[in-house]
Design a binder for this molecule. Structure first.
Ligand code: FES
Length: 103
């Protein structure tokens, strides 16, 4: 089902937001060029919140040890992470961000 996250204007380009759906945390990412992506917030390498990392148009980088994850697929592009993180479909309707999420 589609879950409303926030207004598009509340997530500035180049920023990421940590949101909890139940006890599962997602990182909602707005790329510098304005696209919105969603992926698991927990880095696959450790207990670090990816939404506190660094965002570019294609990746988010964990601040702890520098693993980069591809925003479209969740695949790690650099060590020390080697497991992917899950990604979620994002819908924008009436300038609101929704994420397609199933429990
Ligand atoms: S905890 Fe993210 S790269 Fe190590």
């Amino acid at each position: 089902m589609a879950i409303r996250i926030c207004a598009l204007d509340d997530l500035k380009p180049g920023k990421a937001l940590r949101v909890k759906i139940g006890d599962h945390a997602l990182a909602i990412v707005r790329t510098p060029s304005g696209d919105v992506k969603a992926l698991d917030d927990k880095c696959s390498h450790g207990e670090i919140s990816l939404s506190e990392g660094f965002v570019d148009d294609k990746t988010i980088e964990c601040w702890a040890h520098g693993a980069k994850f591809e925003l479209d697929t969740g695949k790690p592009l650099s060590l020390p992470a080697y497991e992917p993180v899950a990604t979620y479909e994002v819908l924008i309707e009436n300038d609101e961000i929704f994420v397609e999420y199933e429990d």
